[in-house]
Every structure is written in C-alpha cells, then in structure tokens.
Design a protein around this ligand. Structure first.
Ligand SMILES: [Zn+2]
Ligand SMILES: [Zn+2]
Length: 245
C-alpha cells in the first residue's frame, strides 16, 4: 500500500464513472493521502474539452485532508516530442503523464515508438510515461529506461495493465522495472482507475516490485513529500497549500 496514486480518470472522460468527490471519499477509506486526477488529453476520443483543463485552477488543493493534484494523461502525438497539452493548459498542470493511445498515435514499429517516447521525455514537459509496457507499442526497454533516468522522468507501473487493460503487458512491465532499477531512474505506480473503487489498488505493481527487488527509495508513491519534491524539482514550482504534506 502506498499513500499516493498518480493515475485516475473521472466522468470528464465519459468511459470513466467517478467524480472528484468519489475519489476523495475513497481516498479516506483506503488511506490515499495524495492523488492526481489524470483525465485524457483533448486529442483522445471521449476526452474533456481544452477548457476543462484550463479551468482546473478552481479546484481546492486539499479536501478532508486529501491532497489533489491537477494532472493530465496527455497523448504522445509524434516523434517530435509533441503532446496535446500546451500553453495555458500546460501552465495549470501540477503533473503531466503522457503515453501512447491508439486514437492519436496508431501503433507503428519499435524504433518509431522508442523515438517518440524519448522525444516526449526530452521535451521537458512530461513527468511520467504511462503504461510503457503496452505490448501494442513495443519499445527498446534499455534505451527508454536510460532516457528516463537522463531526463528525470518516471516510468509507470500501471496496475490496470494486469487486470482490465493492455493484455500481455506483464513480461514487458517486469523488464521495464528491472531496466529502471539498472538505470537508477524513478518508478511511478498508478491504479489507472476508471471508477473510484480501485483507487490505490497496487496489488500487481507490488508483486512486480517484489519480484524484481526494486528499491523503495526510487518509487515516487512511497510518501506524498517524495512526489511533491520530485514535481517541485521538475517544474520549478512549489505547491504552497501542500507544503505541510
Ligand atoms: Zn492510458
Ligand atoms: Zn489512464
């Protein structure tokens, strides 16, 4: 159990079924202290409008003791490092996750996927790469792990990749966790919840972490402070209202 979950979707993406309030309530039940809402970037079918993201500045920073981060799961668009989160949208974000989704970037070949993922990391606008073990998007694992360590980007271990989504991910995920360990990079755990009921569920992430004997001190989710320090270093901004976390 980690007290930080960094990947979840609300009803703003209509293939998800919970509200911000639902996630706060579930956080109190399951012990999550800090969460990041990461609805899909606007280039994805079924994603919220650009305004949805720009207006996230009206959100409270903390509700009932649970810290809320303004995030996005942006789409990697091409091999030039572009994502669908720019300008005023990017400015409002505390945290940017980015990954491949078929509606925006159709699967190509391993070299192209690797190039596009590394370009997104090199852009400086991305903090976490979502579900890099997706077998539909094979990548050069040692290369992406080295780039992630170089650009201070975390690679995600996505619990839903072992349950409802992206079947066949497990061998890739295990190899990625081992490669991040060797490269000395950061690992991020995400439930990728589409209902609040799975918030903080890292059952399969923990299993892989144990199997690979991945060091706890390189996992962003271990304490809220670790994640907030990582984001402050990456963005150059401190979230004053969460300073006591
Ligand atoms: Zn995704
Ligand atoms: Zn997601």
């Amino acid at each position: 159990m980690y007290p930080v979950d960094l990947h979840m979707h609300t009803i703003a993406s209509t293939h998800a079924y919970s509200t911000l309030r639902d996630y706060i309530q579930q956080a109190q039940i399951c012990g999550v202290k800090l969460l990041a809402i990461t609805d899909h970037g606007p280039d994805m079918a079924d994603a919220p409008h650009y305004w949805h993201f720009v207006n996230m500045r009206v959100w409270p920073r903390q509700v009932d003791g649970v810290g809320i981060l303004r995030g996005i799961e942006a789409n990697i668009k091409n091999t030039d490092g572009d994502i669908d989160c720019t300008g005023p949208m990017l400015e409002v974000m505390d945290m940017v996750v980015a990954g491949f989704h078929e509606a925006v970037f159709s699967p190509r070949d391993k070299a192209t996927h690797t190039e596009a993922m590394i370009a997104a990391m090199a852009s400086g606008n991305v903090h976490i790469i979502s579900h890099p073990g997706n077998p539909k998007y094979p990548v050069d694992i040692p290369e992406i792990a080295a780039a992630a360590a170089k650009y201070d980007v975390a690679l995600e271990l996505n619990n839903s990749s072992f349950t409802h989504s992206r079947p066949g991910s497990e061998p890739n995920c295990r190899a990625i966790v081992a490669a991040v360990k060797d490269a000395g990079g950061w690992l991020s755990c995400g439930s990728d919840s589409h209902t609040a009921f799975t918030l903080g569920n890292f059952e399969h992430c923990l299993r892989i972490i144990n199997e690979v004997d991945f060091p706890q001190d390189r996992i962003l989710n271990v304490t809220p402070r670790r994640l907030l320090d990582f984001l402050a270093r990456r963005t150059g901004k401190k979230i004053i209202e969460l300073a006591d976390m």
